[in-house]
Design a protein around this ligand. Structure first.
Ligand SMILES: Cc1cc2nc3c(=O)[nH]c(=O)nc-3n(C[C@H](O)[C@H](O)[C@H](O)COP(=O)(O)O)c2cc1C
Length: 648
């Protein structure tokens, strides 16, 4: 068969193993891990799904090698407690049986021990160790590791690698990037030692060399060792790409793959995990440069999900292997889809950070577009319907499309009615905004998935009770979504007031100065987009904080983008009236005018309750999902719709 992406699908030999393709699953912390660091069945299911999805390597993360100096084991794996090996063997088995190579990441947080603790107050009870004495940015003291401790940690890496090999892992990844312990030794910013582990580059790589040599001695020749490093620390005082190349050269004789990531958790989270405001594959240049300086295969990582782009990375020699993290959370089947020339069916990651934000809150994972994440053992395959039913889905936004797709995949006879002339609902608006493009494309992907699953799609077809009666469905899913709340304050006739949809979809032209009323997530994104287009942008919010409903990972990034773009934040301000001059707001210090020639109303959404009420008795089975229940986010819309369709 002729593959659409031949380079991406080509095997590659690493040490004594052959990878089946060039698409690998990045280390992605799981959640079902007990207090001793033992992986539970949901963790096993999580990694198994990525293996079944076709990835060449599935890297289990993050095995803490030396709990004595690594503080919290919260949601980190450990092999320190006797009797745990079996659980790791089950995980390695589950990956291997689908043709993927099981790898495990060996890690030590160093001075950032305790970062993962759910109860942050307990961090202070830990003792954080790093290369040098100091104080962390959060005020906690850091102790320099002694020579004895260093030797002990080096031995612990080797011990963990040996145990992992015994459990059936076929390779290991040594984590030397992202600001964790080995990175701290490599970094002139963290490492101020005056002994043989600090100062010159030769000294700063010594700890990494000792670790890698000890691991090699333990696992033997040919057993692949992957070094994960940051190509550059990307902050002032850290090492740069030039030094990153020299670090890679100084370590390459001890490893089989150099996996080039970027930056650090502490000082560059949105670079290490490229946010929606960055280009796809934006860190590949680091791998490309390092590849010029070493002879072992090089992997790249960071916001890859488009097969054409990944193919180009391999074909052009930018890197030999492409590693995906969030993309495989969103759609673990990406490698299988690429191999089967079904690349256009990929459900792409939105880079909304729901995945990373959920774990500190509930110790689980969620993904906006993948409702099965972390719940893989509850079933990955669609259960075929016992009886083919006539299903009517009302509303072709994301919730409606997901429900229609899942119901059709289960074998039901599905009709999807949409009142507008296109599917996509709210996602259609996002096509205008460059950093929201992936959301728009989610709608396109689901349109294709519905078409291919055989859904009868009827556009320009509003549904009321009479329509539903005549249709006589066995099951109705009501996914009619929400509509924008109109401007809640008086506006002069000559004021130019638009909704988000008017602006993004309706062709309304914003003038030079735009005031967005409503500083929730949507309003903030709109103000940012306006500023990026070169407008003077103001965002007006009643509360004292912006984008409060955004998740804890994305929100700081969004707020930083607003600052960088120069958006004027008018907080603690209640809009009173709108005129051609702008918006008059009431603030603690009195009334003020926020000048604007264009006003955008982004005060929120309300469910289309009238349609919902009309359809409550439309069939024996009726389920209301998504914004039609209450305006929320894509995560709940997808989750509810998916499960409604499974219940039919
Ligand atoms: C939910 C989640 C968990 C992660 N856990 C780990 C981890 O345990 N160890 C690690 O080295 N990187 C971890 N990462 C970082 C990823 O391996 C990857 O480097 C990063 O997400 C950038 O790749 P992406 O843009 O393809 O997601 C995690 C990322 C995410 C999103």
């Amino acid at each position: 068969m002729k593959r659409d992406y031949p380079n991406l699908c080509k095997p590659i030999r690493i040490g004594n193993i052959t990878l089946r393709n060039r698409m690998c699953s990045a280390p992605l912390g799981a959640t079902d891990i007990d207090r001793y660091g033992t992986p539970g069945p949901r963790t096993q299911g999580f990694y198994e799904a990525r293996a079944k999805g076709g990835a060449a390597i599935v890297t289990v993360s993050e095995l803490t090698v030396h709990p004595e100096t690594d503080g919290s084991q919260m949601l980190k794996l450990s092999l320190a407690t006797p009797g745990q090996l079996g659980a790791f063997t089950f995980v390695a088995d589950a990956i291997k049986r689908h043709g993927a190579v099981p790898s495990i990441e060996l890690s030590h947080s160093g001075q950032y021990a305790g970062t993962y603790m759910v109860d942050k107050k307990k961090k202070g009870e830990l003792c954080q160790y790093g290369p040098s004495d100091g104080v962390r940015p959060d005020g906690l003291p850091v102790k320099a590791l002694t020579h004895e401790q260093i030797a002990d940690i080096v031995a612990a890496y080797a011990n963990a690698a040996g145990l992992a090999k015994r459990a059936g892992f076929q390779m290991v990844m040594v984590h030397a990037g992202h600001g964790w312990l080995i990175n701290q030794f490599l970094s002139p910013w963290f490492n101020h030692r005056e002994d043989e582990y600090g100062g010159s580059l030769e000294n700063r790589v010594r700890f990494a060399r000792e670790v890698l040599a000890a691991v090699r001695a333990e696992v033997g020749p040919g057993f692949p060792i992957e070094l994960r490093m940051s190509g550059s620390e990307l902050f002032d005082g850290g090492y740069d790409l030039d030094e990153g190349c020299r670090i890679a050269q100084a370590l390459e004789d001890l490893v089989d793959i150099i996996h080039v990531s970027a930056g650090s958790y502490q000082f560059g989270f949105s670079v290490t995990h490229p946010s929606m405001f960055r280009e796809h594959g934006c860190n590949a240049y680091l791998a490309a440069e390092i590849k010029k300086h070493v002879s072992v295969p090089v992997a790249t990582v960071g916001a890859f999900s488009d097969p054409a782009q990944m193919e180009e990375v391999v074909a052009s020699g930018t890197a030999d292997i492409v590693v995906m993290g969030r993309a495989l959370l969103a759609d673990p089947e990406i490698p299988n889809k690429v191999m089967a020339n079904r690349g256009d069916e990929i459900v792409k990651c939105l880079r909304c950070f729901t995945c990373m934000a959920e774990r500190p809150v509930t110790q689980t994972r969620r993904c906006a577009v993948n409702p099965r994440i972390g719940r893989e053992i509850e079933g990955m395959d669609f259960t075929p319907a016992a009886r083919r039913k006539r299903v009517l889905v009302v509303g072709g936004g994301i919730a409606g499309m997901v429900a229609a797709y899942v119901a059709a995949e289960r074998g039901h006879d599905v009709t999807l009615c949409e009142a507008a002339s296109e599917l996509g609902g709210i996602l259609r608006s996002e096509q205008a905004v460059p950093f929201k493009r992936d959301m728009y494309e989610l709608g396109l992907s689901y349109t294709r998935l519905c078409e291919r699953a055989g859904v009868d799609i009827r556009l320009n077809t509003p549904v009321d009770a009479a329509f539903a009666d005549e249709f006589a469905a066995d099951a109705v899913v009501v996914a009619v979504g929400s509509e924008a709340i109109p401007l809640p304050v008086p506006a002069d006739e000559d004021a130019r007031v638009f909704s988000i949809d008017d602006l993004y979809l309706g062709g309304a032209e914003a003038g030079d100065e735009v005031a967005v009323i409503g500083g929730g997530l949507t309003g903030c994104e709109c103000a940012l987009y306006m500023a990026q287009k070169g407008k003077r942008a103001h965002v007006i919010e009643m509360r004292d904080e912006l984008a409060l409903e955004d998740n804890i990972r994305n929100r700081p990034i969004l707020l930083a983008e607003l600052k960088a773009a120069g958006v004027d934040e008018v907080k603690g301000a209640k809009a009173q009236r709108v005129t051609a001059e702008g918006v008059f707001v009431e603030m603690a210090e009195g009334e003020r005018l926020v000048p604007a020639d264009t006003i955008v109303c982004a005060v929120g959404q309300r469910s289309r309750s009238a349609v919902v009420d009309e359809l409550r008795d439309a069939a024996p089975f009726v389920r209301i999902v998504g914004d039609a229940v209450r305006p929320a986010n894509i995560t709940s819309a997808v989750y509810e719709a998916w499960h409604a369709a499974l219940d039919i």
